[in-house]
Design a protein around this ligand. Structure first.
Ligand code: FPP
Length: 252
């Protein structure tokens, strides 16, 4: 019997883009009587494990929800701890990114992050920009509604400036103004910790994504949990609004 990683690799349809809502760090810590920050630190270990596991089965894009626009409303101390963890992880994980030929990117309102986070982030993005094996995108201070309203605003401005007509505004024009314009849409969205919500994450981009919900808390999420989700995806039929018969006969 092949192990889960080999089973994933044996099937053709490895998802190109996997997005993850990494949820459950707080509950993981609480269950053990630890501070929430320790849950986030263990969340970084899980992220390293999963990014490496994703690269090993040739997933090309991994996008993770690391800090939402709404997370700014958490207690000041937790926000500070998360930002400190972000800076120290970026410093520490450069080797993992280089070893696995992973390019780092960020989406979201990164200008609202503390200055030291921004400079560390920009440095690692610059140092990894030529890696081609996988793109790891951190969604930081990210919210889909903010992203979509900024796109609408920028298209409206282009109309006002005479650079485009109202008629030229279509789905492609809107998608081109999103932070994700250089990536394909996620094929698979995973959320951990038995929560069944989208929480303002990539709402435009996941229109046709397959969804997978795992009961595991994020710090407990292992490579095999990722492979189980991918295998589940590989055994689904993606119809994009067509019928099963149309897909089988390849009739459009
Ligand atoms: C959700 O758990 C997780 C977050 C808000 C942050 C995700 C962050 C990491 C995985 C580590 C940090 C990574 C970087 C790159 C900084 P929660 O706190 O909402 O958990 P709960 O629902 O159990 O309270």
């Amino acid at each position: 019997m092949l192990d889960l990683k080999e089973q994933v690799k044996a099937l053709k349809s490895v998802p190109k883009h996997v997005a993850i809502i990494m949820d459950g760090n707080g509950r993981w810590a609480k269950k053990r009587g630890y501070l929430r920050a320790l849950g986030h630190e263990n969340g970084v270990d899980a992220l390293r494990r999963i990014a490496t596991a994703a690269a090993e089965v040739n997933i090309e894009y991994l996008t993770v929800y690391a800090f939402s626009s709404e997370n700014w409303n958490r207690p000041k101390l937790e926000v500070k701890a998360l930002m400190t963890i972000l800076v120290s992880s970026l410093k520490k994980e450069l080797k993992t990114l280089n070893d696995n030929k992973i390019r780092l990117r960020a989406i979201g309102d990164t200008s609202s992050l503390p200055k030291d986070c921004q400079s560390e982030l920009n440095e690692v993005i610059e140092l990894t920009k030529d890696h081609k094996h996988m793109t790891l995108t951190l969604a930081l201070s990210y919210g889909s509604r903010a992203e979509l309203s900024a796109a609408a605003k920028s298209l409206a401005q282009e109309v006002l400036d005479g650079k485009r007509t109202v008629e030229s505004i279509d789905e492609d024009a809107l998608a081109a103004n999103l932070h994700t314009s250089e990536m394909p849409d996620p094929d698979l969205l995973i959320r951990t910790s038995n929560e069944f919500r989208i929480s303002n994450f990539l709402m435009w981009q996941i229109a046709y994504s397959e969804l997978f919900f795992s009961p595991k808390l994020w710090p407990d999420f292992q490579a095999d949990d990722l492979y189980e989700a991918v295998l589940d995806f590989q055994n689904r039929e993606r119809r994009f609004g067509k019928t099963s018969e149309q897909l089988k006969s390849n009739v459009s």
